[in-house]
Design a protein. Structure first.
Length: 179
């Protein structure tokens, strides 16, 4: 059960292998764009179990994502949204947390999730190496960006985080859990 949603009652609903269950988001207003990229707020919790990293990762509802943070000059070849979108949301979440010393893990989870989503291998490796080599500044901004990492999907307003960033580190109440 690599990808899953959590029902309001707390039950896990596994995404089928063909990934036909939607990731439910609300596209936010232009005022919430990040460096010219459209953003969206998750409308419900979204999770992923990475068996290679032995982690269960849950992205909370109201988390704001721009999907794949592709520079404008490369968006023709690598659109921000596509088959890799669910993996990009996981990666955005792990970068938003920005746990010290865990960037390589975040990048590997991105690669593993894209592989699960059947993203073509050449694209997986290009996108993986792009974040390995170019993602350092984004990962380092976690502490300063945390307060703006959440939005209300119904109103489109920025939302105060429901918990502090450190509580989303590995093994903490809102962080990845070992499996």
């Amino acid at each position: 059960m690599p990808f899953y949603r959590k029902t309001p009652a707390g039950a896990l609903l596994a995404f089928p292998k063909d990934m036909r269950l939607p990731l439910i988001v609300s596209v936010l207003d232009v005022s919430m764009e990040v460096e010219g990229r459209t953003t969206a707020a998750l409308m419900e919790l979204f999770g992923y179990q990475d068996e290679r990293e032995r982690l269960d990762i849950e992205v909370p509802s109201c988390f704001r994502t721009d999907f794949a943070s592709i520079p404008a000059w490369a968006r023709g070849l690598f659109p921000p949204f596509g088959r890799h979108a669910k993996a990009a949301v996981l990666h955005d979440w792990l970068y938003a947390i920005g746990e010290p010393g865990r960037k390589a893990v975040a990048d590997r989870v991105f690669r593993h999730a894209m592989t699960e989503l059947r993203v073509p291998a050449w694209r997986v490796w290009v996108m993986y190496w792009a974040v390995r080599l170019g993602g350092g500044a984004g990962y380092a901004r976690a502490a300063t960006d945390w307060a703006s990492s959440f939005a209300d999907g119904e109103t489109g307003d920025e939302r105060t985080p429901l918990f502090d960033r450190a509580s989303a580190f590995l093994g903490q109440p809102h962080g990845p859990r070992p499996i």
